[in-house]
Write a protein that binds this ligand. Structure first.
Ligand SMILES: [Mg+2]
Length: 411
């Protein structure tokens, strides 16, 4: 496609024999695509400024993907992942993609409704993620940018960033300033609340794809069962594998301290979300009382919430959820706040998206891996020796498997 503008900065202004204008800026000469092709000039001489993208439509599809390892936590039991797939089309033909894990079917339906409405609000606008985030944040301020509204806006933001990186022909990781270096990952499939023997067997199966770390859910009614299950998993995995523990907000502050100390000697890597997620004073008390690091953050609602955690020293580690923190825009702002205090940042869910965000996170720590989206993707993430690298494809690298969607699709 012939570029019809060549505004590349300070310098002399040239008009070539085709009547096209060119600028010489700071010693760099850039020519139109047509001139480069006609004269067989090196590709590096091509004008690199691309036209802006403009939003034309947002399309959603709802799928329920059976989980290889059903997940029973202290909060709920999930056997199929309700995923909402999002395609954001631009007038220029570039498509940005994202997906959401919606927790419940009703969540997927509600988010699809909000996306349909938001589509009407932003159609025709420039696909500029930060500007769209501000615009939609204002439009949904009275409803409240939280819960399903937050997730819907995050899905748009992620798809916009994907579209921009696709247009730039760069992986999102490098588009954001990161590299494609692999990042440590733990297997978060399965290991829900289950008897010790079953948990030990499942932990071994979860290491098989090449992981050296898993996450175990605890929060059994009897504290002794928590200790027994954790000990069985540690015994089955051996001493080298990392063991993360997640209570899914099941405990009180005294219980969290007591149960945390009871796991001393099992070399637990972190203790996650022991109490109600918003009780930062409670977390600060727990973190001060325990030697094992405290992890929280999957429920942080927008990047501002990261500031509250680091200011109160409520946790040793932070994990950000792309859908709750505000998409790519919210993640980068939240990651900057965490980096200012040197707090390690891990990811929550959406490994295909999170891997790019961690790549550009100054204090990147661990990627949470789940295989939930594998069934609807042409090229799932690859695990190599406990690590995962951002795929070397434009944007997020999400390519829907239409046959997989047909098997799981609900329309
Ligand atoms: Mg968790």
């Amino acid at each position: 496609m012939a570029a019809d503008f060549l505004d590349c900065g300070v310098g002399s202004h040239l008009v070539n024999q085709f009547g096209e204008s060119n600028d010489i800026g700071l010693g760099l000469v850039r020519f139109s695509d047509r001139l480069v092709d006609t004269l067989s000039l090196p590709p590096a001489w091509r004008n690199t400024v691309k036209p802006a993208l403009h939003i034309s439509a947002i399309r959603t599809r709802f799928v329920k993907v059976p989980m290889k390892f059903p997940l029973g936590t202290s909060a709920a039991r999930v056997t199929a992942a309700p995923l909402l797939l999002v395609d954001l089309e631009t007038k220029e033909g570039v498509i940005g993609r994202s997906y959401l894990f919606c927790y419940r079917d009703s969540g997927a339906r509600a988010i699809a409704e909000i996306l349909a409405e938001a589509n009407g609000l932003i159609a025709g606008m420039e696909a500029a993620p930060a500007k769209i985030a501000d615009f939609l944040g204002r439009r949904y301020a009275l409803l409240g940018v939280t819960g399903v509204a937050r997730m819907a806006l995050a899905a748009i933001d992620i798809a916009l960033w994907d579209a921009q990186a696709v247009a730039a022909e760069m992986p999102l990781a490098t588009f954001l300033g990161g590299t494609l270096d692999p990042i440590p990952a733990y297997n978060s499939d399965g290991l829900g609340l289950m008897p010790a023997k079953d948990a030990a067997e499942e932990a071994v199966r979860l290491l098989e794809p090449g992981f050296h770390a898993v996450k175990l859910r605890l929060g059994h009614a009897d504290a002794r069962v928590d200790r027994e299950v954790a000990a069985a998993v540690r015994g089955a995995m051996g001493s080298d594998a990392a063991l993360m523990v997640d209570y899914n907000q099941a405990l009180t502050v005294p219980e969290a301290i007591q149960r945390g100390r009871a796991l001393d000697g099992l070399n637990v890597y972190w203790l996650e979300e022991q109490i109600r997620h918003g009780d930062l004073q409670g977390y600060a008390a727990i973190a001060a009382a325990l030697d094992t690091p405290v992890q929280l953050g999957e429920n942080l609602d927008g990047p501002e919430a990261v500031f509250d955690v680091v200011a109160t020293r409520a946790a040793d580690y932070l994990m950000l959820d792309p859908a709750r923190i505000g998409g790519v825009t919210g993640w980068m702002r939240g990651a900057a706040i965490a980096a200012a205090r040197g707090v390690p940042v891990s990811s929550h869910l959406f490994p295909e998206i999170s891997i790019h965000l961690l790549a550009a996170t100054p204090t990147a720590h661990w990627l949470e891996y789940t295989s939930w989206a594998d069934a609807i993707l042409e090229a799932p993430l690859e695990i190599v020796d406990g690590r995962i690298a951002p795929p070397n494809r434009p944007g997020l690298g999400l390519q829907w498997s239409e046959s997989g969607i047909a098997r799981c699709g609900l329309g």
